[in-house]
Write a protein that binds this ligand. Sequence first.
Ligand SMILES: NC(=O)c1ccc[n+]([C@@H]2O[C@H](COP(=O)([O-])OP(=O)(O)OC[C@H]3O[C@@H](n4cnc5c(N)ncnc54)[C@H](O)[C@@H]3O)[C@@H](O)[C@H]2O)c1
Length: 279
Amino acid sequence: MNADDHSISQKRGEASVGLLTGKTAVVIGVANKRSIAWGIAKALDREGATLALTYQTEHFRDNLEKMRGELSQDPVTARLDVLDADSVRTFRETLEQQWSDRGLSILVHSIAHARREDLAGRFVDTSRDGFLHALEVSAYSLPRVTRALLPLFAKAGGGSVITLTYQGSDRVVPNYNVMGVAKAALESATRYLAYDLGRQGIRVNAISAGPVRTLAAAGVKDSSSALHRVEERAPIPENITTDDLGNAAVFLASDWSRGVTGQILFVDSGMHIMGGYLA
Ligand SMILES: NC(=O)c1ccc[n+]([C@@H]2O[C@H](COP(=O)([O-])OP(=O)(O)OC[C@H]3O[C@@H](n4cnc5c(N)ncnc54)[C@H](O)[C@@H]3O)[C@@H](O)[C@H]2O)c1
């Protein structure tokens, strides 16, 4: 290998230093092994956090059952559909039983959904129903779930909330459409929640991820072209992995980021700094 070849893959640390020992963490959004939520769950597990993982449907629960052996612990698993108020309440009750003494330190919100027909073609054609659905699942769910879990955060004396966003929030990415609008709302919600909750010792940040091949990404027409653009034009000409996102989440979840809130942290090989004429 050439001495000038500073590939980021050489620098991906795997060694645990127990940064999250003693903390509890909820991770919402594991669908399968490719899920960003799964990369984050593995990193939090490696650093010593005690985990609760949620699944949306029975199908995803079966996936989780097969994957949980890869963790160093036996996590709490529970169903959570953010569109269903009963499910949110039942989930909170489950956590209150499981972690009555410890409360909650970390919430990772790694979910989004829009109707397939709204992730292709023209944004102007988005239906009211499709718009409301995308915004409710992908943006409103952040304050909704955070609010439900506030009593648990209080018990832990504060904590860290982390959500996942994409640069389609403030730049036009063809076909991303209504999801870009949802991400703009999500990023704004991140700042308003950071303001609301700072006095309770709860920090709220977002990770703006570069493209990753996942189930959600496959729903966006031509999403793989974003992966090629990173390899051709990003400052670091290599796509990020869910492990990279897991390590960034560890930073935001840990006390090393205690002065950081309301931020959008880009983990995208630097793609967002490129000018429009070049990118
Ligand atoms: N993959 C990418 O390129 C990329 C880039 C930037 C940001 N993100 C964001 O990362 C997050 C995770 O997505 P992913 O790419 O890992 O895909 P994924 O398909 O693995 O995860 C999406 C998750 O959302 C969950 N979900 C959808 N509707 C739900 C509901 N009603 N209740 C509860 N859960 C629900 C699904 O069950 C799934 O687990 C999303 O917010 C996505 O927008 C993804």
